[in-house]
Design a protein around this ligand. Structure first.
Ligand SMILES: CC(C)(COP(=O)(O)OP(=O)(O)OC[C@H]1O[C@@H](n2cnc3c(N)ncnc32)[C@H](O)[C@@H]1OP(=O)(O)O)[C@@H](O)C(=O)NCCC(=O)NCCS
Length: 362
């Protein structure tokens, strides 16, 4: 193995028409690297996605430019690099990822990738570079974000990489898992209690594509995710959600073979949708499931609607995908209201991610 960055190529990723197209080899290699890196970091395959499942989210869309590179070492694919640039507003934000196979780390390849990413971000007028990475626990000194919630091991190579290159740790996200095979007695009890407290509301649910009668309400709730979830000093642009964006989001799931189910609470008197919860799974229905967005609109908090939609969603999900062993979710470590619900339901922490930020001098 060469000990330098010689023979390293950062090749712009071709987005193929289909994963079976003649020009799809790099996309498939990128997917394999993604899955191998996550397996190595987490010690399990629950984050795996097939190339066909991943492809729809790489198609051009009006809200974001996705720049991607495949990293080759003497023509062997060894890493992937990504830079997402929101274009809805006059954004100064860029989101990046740099993921290398374990056997090529420590040779400056990541540093080279970061130079590339920073150059591209600047070219697009971006001054805030943000990134997330899982940092497996290990003994030794800890790093804490300014929120005061959670910590990660300072000696994790990924954490060292961020710090060395001028990123600050802004927030910790907790990754938790819920065992779909355990008894549901506690969920049933919590569901009954939440139902009793949620007087004046009824549950509705659907699978993507969103039925026309729910599009407007769902779009409004989706738009509140970036404004209402605790984000510490991580920056997000406001997102405008309309029928077209909902349709695109639904199509991305459907085209990738994903099952996306929304459980919502509706205010009976006004018909307004005021709380929702999303569960999703890829085409392999024996794999892990993913808890995606959950939110209760501000004006409707305090009626146990969060607990209601979560419990109702999980109860239905168990019947819908009986072979899926667990559900994974991510929450900000300071998000007590959400963690209280998840902990009561039986989600247990399995890993922690750092949210990192670097201000780029123009
Ligand atoms: C984080 C990650 C991208 C770093 O990539 P990398 O190629 O190993 O990084 P580098 O080689 O540039 O730097 C890592 C170390 O190698 C050392 N190094 C060795 N040879 C080097 C060279 N020729 N040039 C620069 N650094 C070199 C660096 O000094 C650095 O040391 P440190 O850990 O004490 O700070 C990689 O570990 C990875 O893919 N991790 C999993 C995903 C992840 O956590 N990504 C976070 C970024 S999004």
């Amino acid at each position: 193995m060469s000990a330098t960055r010689d023979h390293i190529e950062y090749r712009p990723l071709v987005i193929p028409e289909s994963v079976d197209s003649d020009d799809a080899a790099d996309f498939r290699a990128m997917t394999d690297i993604r899955n191998a890196v996550y397996r190595h970091t987490s010690g399990h395959d629950d984050h795996s996605m097939s190339a066909a499942e991943l492809l729809p989210s790489y198609r051009p869309e009006p809200y974001e430019i996705r720049l991607s590179w495949l990293v080759l070492d003497d023509d062997r694919p060894v890493g992937r690099v990504g830079l997402d640039l929101p274009i809805e507003t006059d954004s100064r934000i860029a989101y990046m990822l740099i993921e290398l196979l374990p056997d090529v780390r420590g040779r400056g390849i990541g540093t080279g990738a970061l130079e590339l990413v920073e150059r591209a971000a600047r070219e697009h007028g971006r001054t805030v570079l943000q990134s997330w990475a899982e940092h497996p626990d290990r003994p030794g000194p800890r790093l804490e974000p300014p929120t005061g919630f959670g910590s990660i091991p300072a000696d994790d190579p990924g954490a060292r990489f961020f710090v060395r290159h001028g990123f600050s740790l802004e927030q910790i996200d907790r990754n938790s898992a819920f065992d779909l095979r355990a008894p549901f007695d506690e969920i049933d009890r919590l569901f009954e209690r939440a139902s009793a407290a949620a007087d004046g509301y009824r549950l509705v649910s659907w699978q993507a594509p969103t039925p026309p009668e729910f599009v407007e309400g769902y779009a409004w709730m989706k738009s509140r995710m970036v404004t209402d979830a605790p984000s510490a000093a991580i920056e997000y642009d406001e997102e405008t959600w309309d029928a077209e964006r909902v349709a695109r989001n639904d199509a991305r799931a459907i085209d990738g073979g994903r099952l996306l189910r929304v459980t919502a609470a509706q205010h009976i008197a006004t018909g307004e949708l005021c709380a929702f919860n999303e569960l999703a799974i890829g085409p392999d229905r024996t794999a892990a499931s993913h808890q995606e967005d959950t939110l209760v609109l501000r004006e409707h908090r305090g009626h146990r609607l969060g607990m209601l939609v979560k419990c109702a969603g999980l109860r239905a999900w168990r019947d819908l995908v009986p072979a899926s062993p667990r559900v994974l979710t991510y929450n900000a470590e300071e998000n007590r209201p959400m963690l209280d619900i998840n902990e009561a339901i039986g989600f247990v922490p399995i890993a922690y991610e750092g949210a990192w930020k670097k201000i780029l001098e123009p």
